[in-house]
Design a protein around this ligand. Structure first.
Ligand code: SAM
Length: 280
């Protein structure tokens, strides 16, 4: 008899909401010193990186998130040479950053080496730039790294897990202050800042913290179907350049599937319910 077992991955998105995806195979599972890590294979999403039972990235929609967390800031800066990524252990942000002609070096500071190793092995489409000559991978806490590297970077990208466990401190005012000090005089910082539907307390707090430190704060949106609610926010703090003023054809040919000059202009257009969250 041919028995077919039905296997589903379920993410508990809030106390009252769960989403599930039929799973073909569990490719990898381990407990690292920081979190539980799994890579699963699915028909709908392709391969999926899961940390502490929360989807981090999927082959289906990773391009949206990785293009938006990198190119909006990098194309706002006049000539980004030194870039820091905090988190982002899958390597997707780094893959996009190395496309920029002005880049001299990207430091990729990820706290959990096991995420880097699993992504190299199971997610080559995402991790493919980790061995690029301009990439330096540092396995360390991003909070410590920015404290120890003052005035070092043109752009800092915080590609973190949700604000729990080792990432909790990546959503604090004292960390944003250290980021400010780790940037050069015209530096830009961008972070993933969660869902405007499910994180209605967090987003106003982060926006207010960043506005209290950077002369210019901008929130922008993208659609990432596998994240809770689909609509996702990113918040940028900038010392000098305004992404809304910028002539964004600095690096015109980025070979992207979501980011484009039109998306750069329109991603800052916020629906009234998001403006309300920001007190505007
Ligand atoms: N795109 C994802 C999302 O929004 O769900 C995040 C992807 S990436 C895999 C997040 C990474 O941040 C994880 O690999 C985690 O280990 C790393 N991380 C968490 N806290 C960190 C810290 N304090 N310093 C450096 N990396 C950290």
């Amino acid at each position: 008899m041919d028995t077919k077992l039905d296997m589903w991955f379920t993410e508990q998105q809030t106390k009252d909401v769960r989403t599930s995806c039929r799973t073909k195979k569990i490719l990898h599972q381990e407990n690292t010193p920081f979190q539980s890590l799994a890579v699963i294979d699915t028909d709908q999403y392709g391969r999926v990186l899961v940390l502490d039972n929360i989807i981090q990235t999927t082959i289906m929609d990773e391009f949206v998130y990785h293009e938006m967390i990198t190119h909006v800031a990098l194309n706002t800066h006049a000539a980004p040479e030194r870039v820091l990524v905090i988190g982002g252990g899958d390597g997707g942000a780094v893959r996009e950053i190395v496309k920029h002609q002005s880049l001299e070096k990207v430091v990729h500071c990820e706290i959990d080496g096991a995420v880097v190793d699993a992504s190299r092995k199971y997610l080559p489409e995402i991790s493919c730039a980790m061995d690029h000559p301009k990439v330096e991978i540092v396995i360390d806490d991003g909070i410590k790294h920015v404290r120890e590297n003052k005035g070092a970077y043109d752009v800092i990208i915080v590609d973190s897990t949700d604000p729990i466990g080792p990432a909790e401190g990546l959503f604090s005012a004292s960390f944003y202050k250290d980021i400010f000090n780790s940037l050069k005089d015209d530096g830009i910082f961008v972070a993933q800042t969660e869902s405007p539907f499910f994180n209605r307390d967090l987003i106003p707090r982060l926006y207010s913290d960043i506005s209290g430190i950077f002369p210019l704060t901008r929130l922008f949106l993208a659609v990432v179907p596998t994240y809770p609610g689909g609509l996702w926010t990113f918040t940028m703090g900038s010392k000098k350049y305004d992404p809304c003023d910028t002539d964004i054809v600095r690096t015109p040919d980025l070979n992207t599937r979501y980011y484009s000059p039109e998306i750069h202009r329109t991603c800052f257009v916020l629906p009234p319910f998001v403006k309300e969250l920001l007190g505007r």
